[in-house]
Write a protein that binds this ligand. Structure first.
Ligand code: PBG
Length: 322
């Protein structure tokens, strides 16, 4: 036999050949678009570190949702900003809140769109932490009760899926019980199960005005060095009743995405977070990278690692390419 025996380049000679043997495909079906709902009417403010992403009042949210649905994107995830922040984030469970009103408006418009809601307190608390604070400590159990109330208010407004992102222990079970007690057995839980304490959330904290006013989130979000612990977190959430689990951020944690998919077989979401988005936008703005190609490659990588669906601020732009 003559060398080389294998010539992998044979199957790379044309787009038809490459397409024929391609293993991973991105599809609009697997995209989720994050949106920021704020109080008021006709409000639409761009977030400076996230070009193309806005804080919007419910009337504007519906308008953009119409476009999102038009692209064939199946789902949005809503984050909320309150009128007023307080110690316990009480507006998180208000029927009049920007998220709750946005869900109702989307339902009323009869858009073909799944509505996922982020369940957390950090956007609603004056101290910016994801739970109740006492003596500089973030308390677990009292926070869990408040999170369950917020999730219930989202279900009442018409959410299809609630997604707790707070990283308190036991919140999935508490939310499941609360929903079931109130006859929302069919509302699903997408748990941010492996959520790392990441510097990649920077721009989001401007978008959601949720930067912690003291300290950081290391006492509840995961240490970036841990993979085995991520599996324990994921399995615990599944045992507590999570229907799907999320890994966040996505790009720097693809090993976790891959492992969660392989070891649980559960539906896995990956969140390409604000910092990942902002870095690509900023480098492209400087002409250092080609935005569309880097965007699609970053999403393809997340998909290849095993994510069934991807939460990404690129969802609408990516849908245009697809
Ligand atoms: C709230 C929450 C955060 C993100 C999603 N939900 C921020 C945080 O934990 O500080 C980050 C999303 C992003 O960066 O795009 N708990």
């Amino acid at each position: 036999m003559t060398f080389p025996i294998h010539r992998p380049r044979r199957l790379r000679r044309s787009e038809a050949l490459r397409g024929f043997v391609r293993e991973t495909h991105l599809s609009t079906n697997g995209l989720v678009y994050p949106m920021f709902a704020c109080p008021g009417n006709k409000v639409r403010t761009e977030i400076s570190s996230m070009p193309g992403v806005h804080q919007q009042s419910p009337d504007q949210i519906v308008e953009e949702c119409r476009e999102v649905a038009g692209f064939g994107i199946p789902a949005v995830i809503l984050f909320g900003l309150p009128e007023r922040k307080d110690e316990t984030g009480s507006e998180s469970a208000s029927a009049q809140g920007a998220v709750q009103r946005s869900i109702e408006a989307i339902r009323k418009a009869k858009l073909n769109l799944l509505v996922i809601t982020d369940v957390c307190l950090c956007e609603y608390t004056s101290h910016g932490h994801c739970g109740v604070v006492e003596g500089g400590e973030i308390l677990n159990d009292p926070s869990v009760a408040l999170l369950a109330n917020a999730a219930l208010s989202h279900a009442r407004a018409g959410a299809d899926i609630v997604a707790p992102s707070d990283m308190m222990d036991g919140r999935v079970a508490a939310i499941r019980n609360k929903l079931d007690e109130n006859n929302f057995q069919d509302v699903a839980i997408l748990s941010y199960a492996a959520k790392y304490c990441s510097a990649f959330y920077g721009p989001f904290r401007e978008a959601a005005q949720s930067a912690p006013q003291f300290g950081d989130r290391r006492s509840y979000q995961m240490d970036p060095g841990n993979a085995l612990e991520a599996m324990r977190e994921v399995l615990a959430d599944i045992q507590e009743g999570a229907d799907a689990v999320m890994v966040k951020p996505a790009g720097p944690y693809l090993d976790i995405v891959s492992r969660v998919k392989a070891e649980t077989g559960y539906p896995v979401a990956a969140y390409q977070v604000s910092g990942e988005y902002a870095m690509i936008c900023a480098a492209a703005e400087r002409g250092w990278i080609e935005k569309e190609r880097v965007m699609m490659e970053s999403l393809l990588g997340i998909r290849r690692a095993g994510a069934d669906f991807i939460v990404t601020y690129f969802a609408t732009e990516a849908a245009k390419q697809l």
